[in-house]
Design a protein around this ligand. Sequence first.
Ligand code: MLT
Length: 273
Amino acid sequence: MPGSISFAGRGVVGPPLLLVHGFPVDGAMWRGQLDGLGTQARVVAVDLPGFGHTPPLSEGDATPVAATVATMDQYADNVIAVADALGFTRFVLAGLSMGGYVALAVARRYGARLAGLALCDTRADADTPAARQQRLADADRVLAGGHQGHRFLIAPSLQRLVSPSTPTKRPEVIAHLTSMMERATPAGVAAALRGMAERRDARADLRQIAVPALVVVGADDVITPPEAARQLAAAIPGAELAVISEAGHMAPLEAPDAVNTALRRLLRRAAAA
Ligand code: MLT
C-alpha cells in the first residue's frame, strides 16, 4: 500500500459521501458532484494508486512494476484508509465502473461501514476469459511502451466512454477526460488492468447488500448498458435505478445535475434508514 492517497473534498456538514473513479481517469471525474453536493454532504473523491495525484502501488515497492497487480480488494483498503483518516465511521459510497468494482469489494469486506451505496455505470460479473486476456496483453503493452505508456488506449476509450451527443454538446468533457487519462501513470494503468482481470464475480454478493442502494446508468452507455444496470438494480434488495438521458458511461461527468438529483435521493434514504 502506498504511503499516501490523494483526495479532494468539499463540504463541512452533512453525511460523508465517498466517490471512487473509473478507469483510466481519476477523482476529478466527480467535479460536478464535488461542486453540486458540497452544501449537503461532506463529499470526498479519492485518487486510486497510480491515478490523479496518488503514486502507483509499485513506487517504493520491491515488486517489479511488470508484476504489480492492484486488486479491487487493495483499492477497497485504500478507500477505507481515507475514511479512517477522515473519521468517517459510516459513509455513503459511490463508484463508477472500476470504482463500482471497488465499491462492491468495500460492501463485501467492510459492509458495516456503509450507510448507502451508489453503483454507477458498472457491473458485478467478472471478465470473460477473452476480456481477461485482452487486459493482460494491454498491461504488457502499456509497460513496454516506455514514456508513450498507455497513450494507445486513450483515443479508442474516449469514443466509447461518452454519449454520441457529448462531444458536440459538452466538448469540455472530452478535454477533461483526455487530461485525466494523460496524467494517469503507466504503472498505475497496468496494475489496474491486471487487477480488473482477476476480479471476482460479485453477483452472488448483491443480495447481501443491506443499505439503501442506487444504480445509475447513462442511457447511451455502450460499456455497461441500461439493460445490464436494470439487472444489477433488480439483484440488490430495494435498489433504485436512475437512467440518465444524454449520457454515456461517464454519466456523473456528462450529466452532473441529473446524477446529483439521484444521489441526493440516496443521501436522504441513507439518513432515514
Ligand atoms: C471503467 O470505466 O472504469 C472501465 O470501463 C472499467 C473496465 O474496463 O471494466
